[in-house]
Design a protein around this ligand. Structure first.
Ligand code: PXL
Length: 270
């Protein structure tokens, strides 16, 4: 059984980060260990939140993991919360990677052309460095723009995304998947980088946008990828999962999606 470590915040309320990654990866039959980077009362799309930084405790956690000889077959990183955690993540890869461990990084820091509350360009620079260590990165269009220093645009034509991918490929050897690419004829998709030609997987764009769907996409993608489904197939499965979640979400549920309604049917391997 594969063992993954997912490093992101624990938002006590709001469906994102660890409260999404842990149930989803586990439902796919992957042993999921967690490294909470911070505890928030709720995610930062609510009007206010508390934030307890856990960086200091991570030294103790690493010490004990070393004592116990723990190693992980894969890492999934999402919202870390502060730039210093990028070097902590690198230390984590150095100390706790099993042979051929895969590193999947969703450099979560913004959406819709803007940084999330609490982030700045220093954080972006830290992510720019960290993605060098990744096997796969999953930035959305906004994050890809900030990482590459490209001006954000709402209309993502093929040329624009292709240029973004090329610029990202100068920063990392990772497989690059840009999520949330929106066409001007009402489709949404992921752009997968290929050296000669990129490829886009289009899906139906739903009329509502919901919070936390990027975290769900990353978790479902990672689970399927680790189970050997391949990059394209895993992207398609993750996109369908996210779209099903949005369709099943109660109207008025503004802060996330009811992914729990879709999760029960995931573990198809047994
Ligand atoms: O879904 C991304 C995310 C994760 N964690 C926290 C957030 C956000 C986005 O706003 O606030 C705490």
């Amino acid at each position: 059984m594969k063992k993954i470590l997912t490093m992101q915040d624990l938002s006590c309320v709001g469906q994102c980060s660890l409260t999404v990654a842990l149930p989803i990866l586990s439902a796919y039959g992957i042993e999921t260990c967690v490294l909470p980077t911070a505890i928030l009362s709720n995610h930062t799309m609510f009007k206010s939140w508390s934030y307890l930084d856990l960086t200091l405790e991570i030294d103790n956690i690493f010490r004990e993991w070393k004592n116990n000889g723990f190693k992980f077959d894969a890492f999934l990183l999402g919202y870390l919360g502060k730039k210093e955690l990028a070097s902590v993540a690198e230390k984590c890869f150095d100390e706790f990677s099993a042979e051929n461990a895969k590193i999947i990084i969703d450099p979560v820091f913004g959406d819709n052309g803007k940084l999330y509350g609490g982030f700045d360009l220093d954080y972006v620079a830290a992510m720019r460095k960290l993605i060098k260590r990744a096997d796969i990165i999953l930035p959305n269009v906004t994050e890809a723009c900030f990482l590459t220093g490209t001006a954000y645009r709402e209309n993502h034509d093929g040329y624009f995304v292709c240029e973004l991918e090329k610029e990202l490929a100068k920063l990392t050897d990772a497989k690059i998947i840009i999520t949330g690419v929106e066409s001007n004829d009402g489709m949404i998709g992921e752009w997968i980088y290929g050296k000669k030609q990129g490829e886009i997987l289009w899906h139906e764009l739903l009329p509502v946008k919901k919070h936390g769907t990027g975290d769900i996409f990353a978790s479902v993608f990672t689970a399927n990828y680790l189970l050997g489904k391949g990059v394209h197939n895993s992207c398609n499965i993750a996109a369908k999962f996210v779209s099903d979640c949005i369709k099943k979400t109660d109207q008025g549920h503004f802060y996330g999606v009811n992914f729990e309604r879709i999760l029960k049917r995931t573990n198809t391997n047994e």
